[in-house]
Design a binder for this molecule. Structure first.
Ligand code: C5P
Length: 292
């Protein structure tokens, strides 16, 4: 009998993102606090009769060919176990595309873990993390999910228990703006690493104790200097979400998504009201624990 598997693929936000320096291999050395949230795509894996990997998605911004990271993930996994590709992958897209929320990476991560289940393969953690790293820098984190300190190019991970009770997260994505991660990194010029090291060292503790006031002084995302300069509407959204003073707003990844953290839904809703009239898609979500 042909098998089908349905998986959730959560988005991520970067609570802090420190770009340390450019490496000889072209990537940048990072330190980032990463957190998964309840906003998620749904991936359906289905064995099919005919050979090949077929991708289905109703969002026209999502490529259906070999450039889609789910295609890369399926190819890497099936090659590794010498399985002939006869697979359909349906992506029910809820996470905005090219928005700094790891939407493509998390779909790929779900395909890797899903195929291990579909084909009943006992894959070790280092094995799946190696496959994930070969697909993209954010993929290893979203394979696991929850809260992590990510170092290296994003693949060296230390996991922590996320804050409890879960913080409420507002995601605001300006419509009509998409940012290439590669472009953002290429245009980044590093600043004073000493000051950043001190602030970064305190972010994780403040975050885990849900200390919004402390976070306001500590969080930073180095790629904001690139994306906010090019897209001033992203800065405007950040300022509007910060203006109630009850939460802390930041750009996620290379943008253009802005997220804001609140201790409860009432405070989140107060800030969302300030976005009235802006061309944004808004999601009210919460932080999540590791993937099941
Ligand atoms: O790893 P991934 O393919 O998702 O990265 C996309 C692009 O972002 C890379 O080609 C590189 O230009 C940039 N990048 C970087 N340093 C990182 C992660 C990504 O320069 N740590």
């Amino acid at each position: 009998m042909k098998k089908t598997l349905i998986l959730q693929a959560p988005a991520k936000i970067n609570i802090a993102l420190w770009v340390k320096h450019k490496r000889p291999d072209g990537y940048h050395e990072l330190a980032s606090i990463m957190q998964t949230i309840s906003l998620a795509d749904t991936i359906t894996l289905k064995e099919i009769g005919e050979p090949g990997i077929r991708i289905f998605c109703d969002n026209p911004d999502v490529p259906l060919d070999g450039t889609n990271l789910v295609h890369r993930a399926a190819t890497v996994f099936l090659d590794r176990f010498s399985i002939e590709p006869r697979l359909a992958i349906n992506i029910d897209k809820k996470i905005p595309v090219a928005a700094g929320l790891a939407g493509g990476s998390t779909d790929a991560a779900a395909v890797l873990t899903g195929l291990a289940r579909l084909y009943d393969k006992a894959v070790t953690v280092p094995d799946i993390m190696n496959m994930a790293t070969s697909i993209g820098s954010d993929v290893p984190f979203v394979v696991h999910g929850g809260l992590a300190l990510a170092e290296g190019r994003g693949e060296i991970l230390s996991f922590y228990e996320p804050p409890k009770p879960p913080l409420v997260v507002v995601i605001a994505v300006p419509t009509g703006v998409s940012v290439s991660t590669r472009w953002a990194y290429e245009n980044y010029h590093s600043g004073n690493n000493q000051a950043k090291e001190k602030a970064f060292g305190e972010v994780l503790q403040a975050y885990r104790r849900r200390d919004i006031e402390a976070l306001k002084a500590l969080v930073f995302n180095d790629l904001e200097s690139v994306t906010l300069h090019r897209h001033p509407e992203v800065l405007k959204i950040k300022e509007l979400l910060n203006s109630t003073g009850e939460g802390v707003a930041m750009m996620s990844g290379s943008g253009p998504s802005v997220f804001a953290l609140f201790t409860d839904r009432r405070r989140a809703m107060n800030a969302v009201k300030n976005l009235d009239g802006m061309a944004v898609n808004v999601f009210i979500e919460h932080i999540t624990r590791k993937n099941t």
